[in-house]
Design a protein. Sequence first.
Length: 240
Amino acid sequence: MSRVVPRPIRRRCLALGIALMFPAAIQAADAAGPSPDPVATVQEVVRNLPDGVLPLYVLGDLNEDGRVDREDLRILTGLVGALEKDAPPPRGLSCVAAGDVNLNGDIESADVKRLAEWLGKSNEIATPALYWKPGLPCRLARLAVASKAQARPGGEFAVMLIGSGQDARNTRVAIHSGPATVAVAADGSGFTVATARTAKDGDYIVLRVTEPERREYFYTVPVVVPPADDGIPAPAGARR
Ligand SMILES: [Ca+2]
Ligand SMILES: [Ca+2]
């Protein structure tokens, strides 16, 4: 039976995850040396992403090995238990955010149930989803992609490859479905997705991201038509 974990548990989760994951990376980033920690490098890039561009993680991949499998289910089960008992996190935990598979911002037994349902009788999910929800920590230790959460008709958005050694030659982005086209960015550091002018509110663009080891992920971007005034209040005294 699933049980909603109370907010204090979630806060402990946040504190636990952040304490576990980020200090070492930050210290490594600050340390002078010829071989910077790739995780620290990615975290530094993430801190400086343009407005509205979010780092993506593999939903359900708690140990960040690129797969969503029964080992992740073990880690998520252990994490929920650890949070309930205020115990140390399970071995192998790397991305707390990836455990919130029902996307409600909490790590709870309902997530364990959902991930178990996704896996069914198989050992691994064939093409996991990428997701971006902020609020829970993730080291971004492996796949490192950043993009927008929404698309606009006639607009463009970037899919940035922010991992060490990642570029458009070894990581590919293609349109799986939806009203858009994709092209390599001018500097080769990522891709630019152009949404069709005819795209409608409620359409979805599904991108297929193929990483260097040829694993594939889907990233779904909803098309949202902004309000006529773009939703941005004009400065006092200014005319539109
Ligand atoms: Ca995994
Ligand atoms: Ca959840």
